[in-house]
Design a protein around this ligand. Sequence first.
Ligand SMILES: [Zn+2]
Ligand SMILES: [Zn+2]
Length: 131
Amino acid sequence: MAVYFAMAFECPSCHEARSLAVVKRVEVKPPAPSVETSVQLVECKDCHFKALALYQESGADAAESEVVSHRGYSLDAAGFEVLSQIIKDCPDRLNRRCRCPSHVKLDEFASSGKWPGKSEKSPFTLRISSK
Ligand SMILES: [Zn+2]
Ligand SMILES: [Zn+2]
């Protein structure tokens, strides 16, 4: 999974093949027992498009039944800043059981679906371009 997150994705704004990269990442409490959830901030190095990405994987079961969803929602600059700061303040980002104030906020956002600066328009799926 670490390798996957180190890759770059196709930008939904400028359509460059490998320009959208994960700049920050934090694991959060999953909505269901067997689902892994990772919250990410992604940014395009070409057009500076910014987005929130939510990655979900059913980790407990066999590899073949793995369901992976990786959805992106564009963020305005202010929302991106706020979320960057919240993620940065967490002392243990890859620990989804972390109970720091940042994680408490992130869990609230995740359960309500209301993220600072998140656009409801044109969510997209992050994909690795085959080009
Ligand atoms: Zn772009
Ligand atoms: Zn934390």
